[in-house]
Every structure is written in C-alpha cells, then in structure tokens.
Design a protein around this ligand. Structure first.
Ligand SMILES: C[S@@+](CC[C@H](N)C(=O)[O-])C[C@H]1O[C@@H](n2cnc3c(N)ncnc32)[C@H](O)[C@@H]1O
Length: 415
C-alpha cells in the first residue's frame, strides 16, 4: 500500500517520527519527509559507530530507545532499510508497534528506489565483476551527460515525489565522470541526496566532489598492498591509500557529516592482518568500517551457472577466494525463494538512458525494459517489467535472494 501525505498526517498524529536506518535510504527519507513539511526527530540504527552521532541535524539512537511500554504510543517509525525491512518489522512488532499505524516501511511512501548510472565505464577489472570478462555482452562505454542527468532528476521528481535519495553508481566508476560534482550538487538543489561508491583509484577532482556534498560516500576495497590488486584487479594500493587520506582531509574541512563507509570485501586473502590494517585506517580517519563477505556480483554468471553452464575464467578464479562459496550462498538463497525480490523496487537508469529490468544483472541483452527513460512513462516501465522472463528464470533458483543472503551474513557477523 502506498500512502498519501494526508494518510500519513492522520496516522502519525502527534507522535514523534523516527527513521529506522541511518544509511542512504534513511537519510533520503528524512530529506523527503522534511521537504513535505514533517518534522522527523531522529534515527534509530544498530551500528554502535553511528549511535550518539548527529546526522542531517538529528540524533541517532540505538534500538533500545524504542523499547519499553509507551514507545508505540510515543513514536511513529519509518523503516528505511533495503535488505532488512522484514527483520526490523518483526523487532518493532515484538515491541507493540503495529504495521500501518505504529510503523510503515519507507517504500509505502516511496515505492521505487532509483539507481542512476552516471558512468558506464570503469578503470578496474575486478575479477568478481562481469567487466573482468564473462559470458556477458559488454555495456556501451558511455558517460551520462549533465543535461541528461538533469532531465532524469526532473522526471524522478515528477513521477515519484517522495524520492529523497538516489544511488549514482552500479557497474561503473562514478568519479570518471567529470560532471559528477555538478550532478551531485544539482540533485541536492532538487532535494535529492546522492550515494556514491568508488574504488578511489582515479585521481578525480576530490575537492569539487566533496564540495558538492554527496550524502553517503562508499569506498570499496579488498586486501592491502600486493594482495589488494588480486581482487581489485588493475588497482594500485598506494594510490588508493593516498586518495583515501585526501577524502578524509576534505571531509574534515568541508563536510564532516558526510557518511563515509569503507566497504571491505572479505576473501580468503583479505581477512586477518590486512582486514585489521584497513579497520585501523578507518578508525584513524573516522570512517565507518563495513566488512562484507565477497561474492560473485554478476547475476548473469550466477544464473548461467544454475542453468548448467560453467563459470567464466575470472569468476572461477574469484570463487576459489570466497569465504562463503557460491553453492552455499545459493543454497541459503533457495531457502528464502518464496520471499519477495528486494531489487524489484529499484529502477536502474543506465548511462545511455536505457532502463534495466534488474540492476543486479550486467548484461543488457534480455535485461532492458526501455531504451530511453526520458521518453517512457513510469507506469509503462513498471507494466513491462512485471512480465519479464528474466525474473521468472532468476526466481526459479531463488537467485533474487542471493545478494541479500550475503548482506545478511555480513550483519550477522557484525552485530
Ligand atoms: C561494481 S561496484 C562499482 C562502483 C565503484 N566502481 C566501486 O568500486 O565502488 C558496485 C558496488 O559493488 C560492491 N562490490 C564489488 N565487488 C564486490 C564483491 N565481490 N562482493 C561484494 N560487493 C562487491 C562495491 O563495493 C560497490 O559498492
């Protein structure tokens, strides 16, 4: 069910609004609620590193804050988590919060999440990524222009007014697009916060980038020194560390509230000492350290594997380095096969303006629902997507839960 502003005002009444999740989605919902005249009073987040901090001018509380007898009379909670909505809802219900009255999911306000791929190009060839060479067809190596980005923002705003955040990367390296700072700035001017993820190997204009104030900055890494280059293939550890330190200095100087998380891919070669070294670097620089078990990120290869084909060379090499093997990930995903697909609510607009059926598949063949986002109404995109044969093939093996399974393992290990 999607709520109108009036519905929302009625069900919230005099309660204090809290947003559960202080990440990308949570900050976007705070932005959208504030834009619509609501006054959210804070965040809830499990991450102890965030608790007692002030983000977007609001305090971050631990989940204990909403435990206790009167909590469901005092607070109204908007759950803003991409992968953990169900688990958080169960937690809230155990505390007496009722769905639709005491809490709602963010997608009851904002039915779609948006990924806008501003760069169709990458500087690395990580062996876990389909760009390393796979059975997939190459994507067109194009950059989104600033003019197109502006039009994309305007269409999102028109068709989905509750969108307060977008992700501006998926398969490419966003810092390769020279217009990135102008894009982030433009989005913020339109009430939309941007989440960026970078391998930080390209010497971009980092000052201009931080001055544009991306809301969430993810830095991706795996291993240190020579081992770093094994899975961040083509990357250079020293250049990476120098850029990490530059970002830390600029953040301190320009935008200390910017969320920076180092998303650390855990492989057999990157755990232990290298992991401790990167955790220590994060601690020193004031970044969140977010270790995750690495997985094969190309669902094209994963689906082909389930359908009886062998993995391409780079994917086979990376499989040998995984801590949680592909078969184990798939088995856990199969056990959740009846649950819904988290990626289905995401609309992925590619650098050439085509729209993917699924953001988790790299290959554009059989995965394109519209050739030009700007010329295709949202309802038409949704209607076409609902019939996609790719979804039927993916669901058959439970692969739609595969990425979420790894995210879940990462949370189990962290908390
Ligand atoms: C393919 S990358 C492209 C964006 C950007 N070039 C970067 O490196 O962050 C998109 C996201 O996938 C994540 N990622 C890449 N390889 C991964 C792996 N093997 N396991 C888990 N996450 C991975 C990255 O951390 C990043 O946030």
């Amino acid at each position: 069910m999607t709520y109108t502003l009036e519905d929302l005002r009625t069900i919230i009444g005099n309660k204090q609004i809290l947003v559960y999740g202080a990440g990308n989605q949570g900050r976007g919902i705070i932005q959208a609620l504030s834009d619509q005249g609501f006054e959210p009073s804070g965040f809830i987040d499990k991450n102890p590193e965030l608790q007692s901090r002030v983000l977007a001018g609001l305090p971050v509380h631990s989940p204990e804050y909403i435990m206790g007898q009167d909590a469901s009379d005092t607070f109204f909670v908007v759950v803003a988590s991409f992968f953990f909505e169900r688990e958080i809802a169960e937690e809230l219900e155990a505390q007496g919060f009722i769905k639709g009255n005491g809490y709602i999911s963010y997608n009851a306000l904002k039915p779609h999440d948006y990924v806008v791929e501003v760069s169709g190009v990458c500087n690395l060839r990580c062996i876990s990524c389909p760009r390393a060479g796979s059975n997939s067809v190459e994507r067109p190596p194009v950059m989104m222009s600033l003019a197109n980005f502006r039009q994309v923002l305007a269409k999102i705003r028109r068709e989905d007014p509750f969108v307060g955040n977008i992700q501006i990367y998926q398969w490419g390296e966003p810092t390769l697009n020279r217009d990135l700072p102008a894009m982030i700035h433009q989005a913020r001017e339109n009430g939309i916060l941007c989440g960026v993820s970078s391998n930080l190997n390209h010497p971009a204009d980092f000052r201009a980038l931080i001055e544009a104030r991306p809301e969430c900055f993810r830095i991706s890494a795996s291993g240190t020194d020579d081992l770093y280059e094994l899975t961040h293939t083509g990357g250079n550890w020293k250049a990476f560390v120098a850029n990490v330190e530059t970002i830390a200095g600029l953040r301190r100087e320009i935008y200390p509230e910017m969320k920076v998380e180092l998303y650390y891919h855990r492989y057999k070669h990157s755990i232990g000492k290298p992991q401790d070294q990167v955790a220590e670097l994060c601690h020193k620089l004031g970044f969140e350290f977010h270790p995750v078990p690495a997985y094969l990120i190309s669902l094209d290869d994963v689906l082909a594997y389930c359908e009886g084909m062998s993995l391409p060379g780079p994917a086979q090499r990376v499989r040998e380095l995984l801590l949680v093997d592909l078969d184990e990930g798939l088995e856990r995903a199969r056990q959740e096969a009846l649950l819904e697909c988290d990626a289905f609510r995401v609309l992925m607009i590619n650098a050439d303006l085509s729209v993917s059926i699924c953001m988790m598949f790299y290959n554009p063949e059989g995965n394109t629902v519209a050739d030009n986002y700007l010329e295709t109404p949202l309802e038409k995109i949704i209607a076409e997507r609902t019939k996609a044969p790719l979804c039927v093939r993916c669901r058959k093996f439970g692969i739609h839960r595969y990425c979420g399974v790894y995210a879940k393992i990462s949370e189990e290990e962290r908390y």
